[in-house]
Ligand binder design. Structure first.
Ligand SMILES: *Cc1c(COP(=O)(O)O)cnc(C)c1O
Length: 718
């Protein structure tokens, strides 16, 4: 933890006195998400009481308070369990004792007093902290974990949503319903931050001509504190209490005030914590208003706006995640001006017109909406996309901000996304990596030589046995979830019971889990249902599909696609070989990426900025079958997975959906299925296993988040 934050950001005291002596280390562990990526962390908590663990959604604070006294005493007197707790606690203390370093990426400017301040509207750290909707949040969570592992001084700022993102439930007719459960901060492993006077610290931001107050919570992610602003306090008017109500819900105005709270409130919070960040990292444009708050601070010391903006730019960097103009946050300029109130432009020494022009590509075009991406690009010294291709696409998309430059000359670079290996690698594979890559494998994820030598030593039998066991676990998970979902929906007894037997451990298993958004092209698979059915229902070479994903609540088209997939349950031929798991979240993602044989991705090029789920699959020995877009365009080398369609420029023209669908079916029929079922006399798919090894060796060292964070420290933060 950072010393500077210790001085003021005192938190409420930890009460662990209710725990038996031998279990008390669990209390301290439960307050820091380090346990979620440590070797025995999840299983130590789960084994305390597996039933409570499931009902409290893997929240260790809830587990400790809800486990019955008798069970606690049983475990508190079990010497094997006590030893596991002790070991886990020792590793945690050792991990936290290692000091933060300014050496990451040889960046001398960043230090414990001058950390990186990382702002994001969502954080997907763990399922028990429901503050994310999808890829952006999970990526931000992985960024924090790698920063902690690398000891890069970094603090994070986000919002604590009272209702978070919706939970998905399917009706019996396959139509998606949304449920918003309330999140109670007192039940989460987060502390309330106190001020100097011992009362909760409050941050004030003026919006809609009122002062709105936010209290502050802190979650600990290893060494990284994640501060969360929360307006749900009685002093606020009801409508203001809902500023941190829903993640990506609410109307346009709510979005603006949310983003004001994140950006402006976030900077004020860091000041109250006496932190002087060396860099502000805007992860996506939602936090772009922070640049205006930094400018306002400087203007109060007597600077004019242009000089203030120049200095702000020196300290701010921006990562864009969207490859299409419509995907960027845009608002009616009047709405923005109204939310900021009548004096804000004056405080910045700007006229109203100059103020709203900051969010326009063409400052003189008074009809243009206010965009957070133009604001962020203008106010940051560095802008980057999240894959090589996305860098290119962003240069073309935003070239209009540099009318005098050619597209190639536009100063937007890229840092390709990566994922946090200790979070996503299955325990069984972890042990293999420990044995063959080394005990310190997770600190050496970028060392290509080590991975090449290590993976070569794993025997085919060993790798295949581990993978097969994980697949059996996945099938048990699918049966369990499907059985309960069917029972809750009131399906027929026969159909509900059939869930207990569905899927075969030996069959080629393909995962397809992602948002049901247009460009993700769920419809591609359904283009020729008969052909797909033939592939799936082959008696000698069966294929089974696992689907998961949410449709946006307002997206009726997406809900219709989902319903179409859900209706397959009425077709006896597909029923046993295709399943939809409802309510895609990090837990389902983990089950899938650790166990499938093949991970399918069919975005419409070039709209997948990066994608990260396929990187998680590669770490676990699964093979990617994907359109050459985002990270896969960089990762695919012809020997480490399968490509759909072409990567040639211009391949985006014409009826790509038709040609990509044709390519998908053909690659499945002619490459994937035959390779998987080509067995030697010992039953092992030797060529398939060789490809799994190629995939691990070529992809892990490149597409992990240690490489990503190190690259940010070296190239972007310095
Ligand atoms: C990794 C992950 C994502 C991102 O997946 P892509 O579709 O590859 O962008 C989304 N949601 C969850 C829950 C994840 O774990």
């Amino acid at each position: 933890m950072l010393e500077a934050t210790e001085l003021i950001g005192k938190t409420t005291a930890i009460d662990n006195s209710f725990l038996p002596l031998t279990l008390r280390p669990l209390a301290q562990l439960s307050w820091n998400y380090w346990w979620s990526w440590s070797v025995d962390g999840t299983s130590v908590f789960r084994d305390l009481d597996p039933d409570v663990w499931e009902t409290c959604e893997h929240n260790p604070r809830q587990l400790l308070t809800r486990t019955a006294e008798y069970r606690l005493m049983q475990m508190a007197t079990d010497s094997v369990y006590i030893e596991r707790v002790r070991k886990l606690s020792d590793s945690f203390l050792q991990y936290m004792a290692r000091p933060l370093s300014s050496q990451v990426g040889s960046n001398k400017k960043i230090g414990p007093e001058h950390p990186v301040a990382y702002f994001c509207a969502e954080f997907g750290v763990h399922n028990s902290l429901p503050l994310y909707s999808g890829g952006l949040g999970v990526l931000a969570g992985d960024h924090l974990k790698s920063a902690s592992d690398l000891r890069l001084p970094l603090v994070a700022v986000g919002l604590l949503y009272r209702f978070g993102y919706f939970r998905q439930r399917l009706r019996r007719d396959g139509w998606q319903e949304e449920h918003y459960g309330e999140t109670y901060p007192e039940q989460l492993p987060i502390h309330r931050i106190m001020g100097e006077d011992g009362t909760p610290l409050m941050i004030d931001v003026s919006m809609r001509e009122r002062t709105v107050r936010a209290q502050v919570w802190r979650a600990d992610i290893g060494h990284v504190p994640l501060y969360l602003l929360d307006t749900n306090i009685t002093e606020n008017e009801n409508i203001d209490r809902l500023v941190t109500g829903h993640l990506y819900g609410g109307d346009r105005e709510t979005r603006i005030v949310q983003e004001m709270l994140l950006g402006i409130g976030g900077v004020r919070l860091l000041r109250r914590l006496k932190l002087e960040p060396s860099v502000f990292h805007l992860n996506e444009g939602h936090s772009a208003f922070l640049t205006l708050e930094l400018a306002r601070e400087l203007i109060q010391t007597g600077l004019r706006f242009t000089e203030a903006a120049r200095r702000v730019r020196e300290r701010c960097v921006f990562t864009t995640h969207t490859p299409i103009a419509a995907g960027n946050d845009e608002f009616d300029a009047d709405l923005v001006a109204r939310a900021f109130g009548p004096t804000h432009d004056q405080e910045l020494g700007l006229t109203r017109e100059e103020f709203v022009a900051l969010g326009r590509v063409d400052p003189k075009d008074s009809k243009e909406p206010y965009g957070l991406t133009p604001l962020a690009i203008r106010m940051c010294r560095s802008t980057n996309g999240v894959s090589r291709k996305h860098g290119q696409v962003s240069r073309a998309l935003w070239q209009k901000l540099w009318p005098e430059k050619t597209v190639d000359g536009v100063p937007i670079t890229h840092v390709t996304n990566g994922v946090h290996a200790p979070t996503w690698v299955a325990p069984l594979l972890r042990s293999l990596y420990e044995s063959y890559v080394g005990d310190d494998w997770s600190d050496q994820t970028c060392d290509q030589g080590r991975w090449q030598q290590g993976i070569a030593k794993i025997s085919d039998e060993e790798l295949w046995t581990a993978h097969s066991l994980l697949k059996q676990r996945l099938i048990a998970f699918i049966r369990h979830r499907s059985f309960h979902a069917r029972r809750e929906r009131g399906e027929s007894i026969q159909y509900t019971e059939s869930a207990r037997k569905m899927f075969e451990p030996e069959a080629l298993t393909i995962g397809f889990a992602r948002r049901i958004a247009g460009y993700k092209r769920w419809s591609l698979l359904l283009r020729d249902p008969e052909r797909l059915l033939t592939i799936i229902s082959s008696a000698s070479r069966p294929v089974q599909f696992v689907f998961a994903g949410k449709a946006h609540p307002q997206d009726q088209g997406a809900k219709l696609i989902l319903q179409q997939v859900a209706q397959w349950k009425n077709d006896a031929r597909i029923q046993a070989r295709a399943v939809f798991l409802q309510d895609y979240d990090q837990e389902i993602a983990r089950q899938l990426v650790q166990s499938v044989d093949v991970w399918l991705n069919v975005p419409r090029r070039p709209l997948e900025a990066s994608g990260t789920s396929g990187e998680k699959v590669a770490m676990n020995g699964g093979l990617n079958l994907s359109v050459l877009d985002g990270w896969w365009l960089e990762g695919y080398d012809g020997t480490n997975g399968f490509a759909i369609g072409s990567s040639a420029e211009g391949a985006e023209a014409g009826d790509v959906d038709a040609s990509d669908a044709e390519s998908l079916y053909r690659v499945l029929e002619q490459e994937v299925v035959p390779l998987y079922y080509e067995r030697g006399s010992d039953g092992l798919p030797r060529k398939w296993i060789a490809m799994m090894k190629r995939s691990i060796v070529t992809l892990v060292p490149e597409f992990n988040s240690d490489r990503m964070v190190e690259e940010y420290a070296r190239r972007i933060y310095s």
